[in-house]
Ligand binder design. Structure first.
Ligand code: CTP
Ligand code: MG
Length: 242
């Protein structure tokens, strides 16, 4: 069985951007290492991943080469040589970036694909292992965590309309793991029907009617979305950084 990973890194990181930032969040260093590099290393080090396709912004070739350079000479050099495909360019939405990545790995003929946000550098081997386990039985799997906050539905004026029962609510994370042929087909179908607003891949699978199974994620597998997330990430890493 071959398993590919797609790491989407073609966003502009607008919500996380500070006035002083000249690059998107995936190229910022936390604990002295680019976010994208941290994410990539987790996939390079995992023995079950055979190929890795990173999807980048069309202007970002130099940034990408600079960010991943340490893998080409470091401890993971052998894995990078064997697994890392040349980057491809993304599109205006995450959905299109994923589709471009899926198309690019067609010639690799993977059985499974894990689709992951570059902006989630705290992905662990344990979560990846749970994805592989779930893929033995299911075509579509979603890493997620149970919602722990009390959730309110609010109107445009800020008044609470309803408190939603959270016992059935989960927060979607990545990776989202699929049978490759299935998810490529589903994404192509969505794109061809000009449905371009899916914010994750599980939604695309749901849209074509495929049951999606939950794989337990972790609160620490957080996405770096805001400036506060970047600050928090720095504190998560600094104590153990060598
Ligand atoms: N992404 C992508 N192509 C896009 C938009 C997003 O590859 N057109 C990627 C991002 O690089 C990120 C992941 O999808 O790794 C999750 O998206 P998000 O956290 O929303 O990142 P951005 O879209 O870059 O940030 P923002 O929405 O704040 O602008
Ligand atoms: Mg976005």
């Amino acid at each position: 069985m071959t398993c590919a990973a797609i790491i989407v890194a073609a966003g502009s990181g607008s919500r996380a951007r500070r006035a002083s930032d000249t690059v998107a969040k995936q190229y910022l260093e936390i604990g002295g290492k680019a976010v994208l590099l941290r994410t990539l290393e987790q996939f390079l080090a995992n023995e079950k991943i055979d190929r890795i396709q990173v999807v980048i912004g069309s202007q970002d070739n130099d940034l990408y080469n600079e960010a991943i350079a340490p893998t080409l000479t470091g401890q993971l050099a052998e894995q990078a040589k064997a697994k890392l495909l040349p980057p491809v360019h993304g599109g205006d939405t995450r959905q299109i970036s994923v589709l471009n990545g899926l198309k690019a790995i067609k010639t690799e003929n993977p059985k499974h694909v894990l689709i992951h946000d570059a902006a989630r550098p705290f992905i662990t081997d344990a979560i990846l292992a749970r994805c592989f386990e779930s893929l033995k039985e299911h075509k579509a799997c979603l890493v997620a965590t149970p919602v722990t906050d009390t959730i309110k539905k609010v109107d445009a004026k800020g008044a609470i309309l309803e408190t939603i029962d959270r016992t059935t609510l989960w927060s979607a994370q990545t990776p989202q793991a699929f049978d490759y042929a299935f998810i490529l087909n589903a994404h192509e179908k969505a794109f061809n029907q000009t449905l371009h607003a899916f914010t994750d891949d599980a939604s695309v699978a749901e849209w074509v009617g495929e049951p999606v199974h939950i794989v337990e994620g972790s609160p620490s597998n957080r996405k770096l979305t805001s400036q506060e997330d970047l600050t928090m990430a720095e504190t998560m890493i600094t104590p153990t950084a060598s």
